[in-house]
Write a protein that binds this ligand. Structure first.
Ligand code: WQD
Length: 338
């Protein structure tokens, strides 16, 4: 058992990782300012884990709040989720992304150093691969950025690598591909504000009748059905990868790993899977490509298997069924679960 701090632990991946860490026997503290998450997720985490959540409401930019978290808790390691993560938004608000994503990591690392806490799992992204030319994508692929968001994640990866030359940092960098789905309880899931940018939450809103149709962004890519390929990974698999990453850090083993399935899926294949989940047609229409999209992104998952023993278990149908169950439960306010 270890004492783990989750920054951004009330968010989509953070909340699922909270449950997974508790189930693995760890004691977990959440730091979250609820700038992009809903405080009532804390009540649902309490129901899911059967225990009171140790919550500190605050920002990773607040050094005094961080010092307060580390004082007296005996934190053994940190999983750092708290960041801004919308590619399009980052183009419009680059300074906010630099401040929150890079400044937030810096403030956190300074507080960790002062407290003598050196283990950190960092939430990175496959977007650091830019527009790759070799598939499946290994961790050794060239790194680049095509948005301020990707720039901040790549910069944070480089800060973590450089810092380890001067102090005994033990770092786990996890490059997520496309996280989707929800916890099997339907009590936690992806809860984007406004109209979703990402494919699965957008389809969920169409399925609920809140949006008229799915727009498929381009069918002129060099794939069998012409629509873009992505590596979708169930959030339950992704949260388990964080537990295994922290275990490696507790054993002194740093790593930089792709967290994906290794299996590319097209937009139309994901659309068909969602129709199977809702058992009816989901209105859709092919339109032009979305600016900034790359044709293909899918992982070589070999190193995560070798270094963590991690392999994704859930398939497309579980991803879609869990998403659909979650959005229905959310729409009903979980009344039937009370
Ligand atoms: C997936 C596919 C779209 C919506 C982004 C970020 C990445 C990560 C995950 C943070 C693409 C197509 C989508 C729609 C569509 N975020 N699509 N119609 O762009 O692969 O990755 O989210 O870490 O950093 O870049 O995910 O879900 O937006 O798109 O056709 O209404 O679905 O063109 O091919 P993406 P996505």
């Amino acid at each position: 058992m270890a004492r783990i701090l989750l920054t951004g632990g009330a968010g989509y991946i953070g909340s699922h990782t909270y449950v997974a860490l508790c189930e693995a026997g760890h004691e977990v503290t959440i730091l979250d300012d609820f700038s992009n998450s809903d405080p009532d997720v804390i009540d649902r985490l309490t129901r899911l884990t059967g225990g009171t959540v140790d919550l500190v409401r605050g920002s990773v930019l607040d050094r005094a709040a961080l010092d307060g978290v580390f004082a007296g808790r005996g934190i053994d390691g940190v999983v750092h989720f708290a960041a801004l993560k919308a590619v399009g938004e980052s183009v419009a608000r680059p300074l906010d992304y630099f401040e929150t994503n890079i400044g937030g990591l810096m403030t956190l690392m300074q507080a960790m150093k002062a407290a003598g806490v050196w283990r950190i799992v960092f939430s990175s992204t496959a977007t650091v691969y830019g527009a790759p030319a070799v598939f499946p994508i290994p961790e050794t692929a060239p790194l680049s950025y095509t948005s301020p968001y990707a720039f901040t994640k790549l910069t944070c990866e480089r800060i973590l690598a450089q810092a380890a030359d001067a102090d005994p940092w033990v770092t786990g960098v996890l490059r997520y591909f496309n996280p989707v789905g929800a916890h099997e309880s339907a009590l936690i899931g992806e809860d984007p504000r406004g109209v979703p940018d990402n494919l699965m939450p957008y389809m969920a809103k169409v399925a609920l009748g809140e949006l008229p149709e799915l727009q498929v962004f381009g069918d002129d890519y060099a794939t069998p059905d012409g629509t873009a390929w992505r590596d979708y990974i169930h959030v339950m698999d992704l949260s388990r990868a964080h537990v295994q990453s922290m275990s490696a850090l507790l054993n002194g083993r740093s790593h930089v790993l792709n967290i994906g399935t290794g299996s590319p899926v097209s937009v139309l294949e994901m659309h068909a899977a969602y129709e199977r989940a809702i058992d009816r047609a989901l209105p859709h229409r092919v339109v032009g490509r979305r600016a900034g999209d790359v044709p293909k992104l899918y992982a070589d998952p070999t190193r995560a298997r070798e270094e963590l023993g991690f392999e994704a278990r859930y398939g497309l149908d579980e991803m879609c069924a869990s998403s659909w169950a979650w959005v229905q439960a959310q729409a009903k306010g979980w009344r039937f679960n009370s």
